[in-house]
Design a protein around this ligand. Structure first.
Ligand SMILES: [Zn+2]
Length: 433
């Protein structure tokens, strides 16, 4: 769950990007310029084989969402019905009498056991699925090393969260669901605060962007939009993947804009500017803080549902599972199962929330950079791993960023309305008084 929260947070603000194509004929400005024709021309410039591969990759992700959910549910039910969960609690209680430490020891057993049991699916999803579609740059050993680091982070941070939540449930048996939501929000804020400085560097090398040809126009655009930035970061994302991306991370003073090296290598300055305009949009429109408010409301809703669902299921099967009550840490697999059901059902809601923010950032980027064609070609690069032209219902359910068609349509509309062609007839008109 922790990894999911962190991933959701990070993916919120990620514009992953890019194939460099010349502006198609139908997308060059002329009196006959038509938004839909120009958008289609950009989309059709991607070879059919590439489109099919990217669609297959992205649609595979829909199924992985379902398999992850089902496999997690089966593992949780097995832990409960075999009473393995209550045995893990018993072991922790034999080692120490100190409650918070018992909780932590239970968490260690839980995390290691479920990670091992789920590993075939996680290895397929994280490594082989990426490799199959040509997106993976890492060897298996290097990828696996990253997973172990991730697990160590999960052990520490997840352990802290679980200890805090279990303490709240034990001490405040009636109002724990409200305090549980508060603890989760504070925890998320804490992780966002430390992530760019202490967590992200465990996986990648971050350096300050030095290339003046790129840095100067970016900082000038930042000043034009009231952002007091003096530096931009770059990250060696090519260590893991071929994906192009940039993001804004951090919170309360640790904010930073980071470009990945794939983007720097593959994009023109126009494309980089439009991406940076997008990231600045996230910053200027306070998307991190708005997302925190959204998460707070959702956390309250979730904890209210959790309390109801725990009461209901423990009343029926608690004794058979060997669980003494809500304050018993052996309840964790059940609580996480309820969480996975809740967030699985809310997938379209959360995706629509982030997709809306991403669309806002796109519009901001178009206004800030004024590079609609750079935007369109970057959108095509993003199409290497995100379906370019989905049905509206597919976009609503599965897309946490707008689709290529939506983004290019916005760019072409901006182009039609803001970069007027100067026709010979207009030039010859007498000046208006
Ligand atoms: Zn974004």
């Amino acid at each position: 769950m922790l990894r999911r929260i962190v991933l959701v947070l990070l993916s919120f603000l990620t514009l992953s990007a890019l194939v460099l194509a010349a502006t198609p004929q139908a997308a060059t400005l002329s009196p006959a310029f038509d938004v839909k024709t120009a958008t289609d021309a950009y989309l059709n410039s991607v070879p059919a084989a590439d489109r099919l591969r990217s669609n297959a990759y992205f649609e595979g992700g829909y199924w992985l969402l379902l398999w992850d959910f089902l496999a997690g549910a089966v593992v949780a039910l097995l832990l409960l019905w075999t009473r393995l969960s209550s045995k893990m609690r018993d072991l922790a209680e034999r080692i120490t009498r100190f409650k918070p430490l018992q909780t932590f020891l239970y968490w260690v057993q839980y995390l290691v056991l479920t990670s091992v049991v789920m590993s075939p699916l996680s290895i397929y999803e994280g490594f082989f699925h990426e490799l199959k579609y040509g997106l993976m740059n890492q060897t298996f050993a290097s990828w696996f090393g990253d997973q172990l680091i991730g697990m160590a982070v999960g052990l520490v941070l997840g352990g802290l969260l679980v200890m805090a939540l279990a303490g709240v449930v034990r001490r405040l048996p009636n109002t724990w669901w409200i305090w549980g939501a508060a603890v989760s929000v504070l925890f998320l804020a804490f992780v966002s605060l430390i992530a760019p400085v202490y967590i992200a560097p465990l996986f990648n090398k971050y350096t300050k962007l030095k290339d003046e040809r790129v840095l100067a126009p970016i900082l000038s655009m930042a000043r034009a939009n009231g952002i007091p930035a003096s530096e931009v970061w770059q990250v060696d994302a090519s260590r893991q993947s071929k994906r192009v991306s940039a993001n804004v991370s951090g919170f309360l003073g640790t904010e930073r804009i980071t470009l990945n090296d794939n983007l720097l290598k593959r994009c023109t300055l126009e494309e980089i500017e439009t991406v940076m305009g997008h990231e600045m949009g996230h910053y200027v429109m306070n998307h991190v803080y708005k997302a925190m408010i959204f998460f707070t409301l959702e956390a309250l809703l979730f904890f209210a549902f959790l309390r109801w669902a725990l009461t209901w299921s423990l009343g029926r099967w608690g004794a058979r599972w060997g669980i003494r009550g809500m304050g018993d840490i052996a309840v964790l697999p059940l609580a996480l199962l309820i969480a996975s059901i809740f967030f699985f059902v809310l997938t379209p809601v959360n995706n629509s929330y982030t997709r809306t923010q991403e669309y806002e950032a796109d519009i901001f980027g178009l206004n800030a950079a004024g590079q609609p064609d750079g935007e369109a070609t970057v959108d095509l690069m993003l199409g290497e791993y995100r379906k370019l032209d989905p049905s509206p219902i597919e976009e609503f359910i599965f897309f946490d960023h707008p689709s290529g068609r939506t983004r290019i349509t916005a760019a072409m509309r901006w182009k039609a309305e803001h970069l007027k062609p100067v026709s010979p007839a207009a030039q010859s008109l007498p000046k208006q008084q």
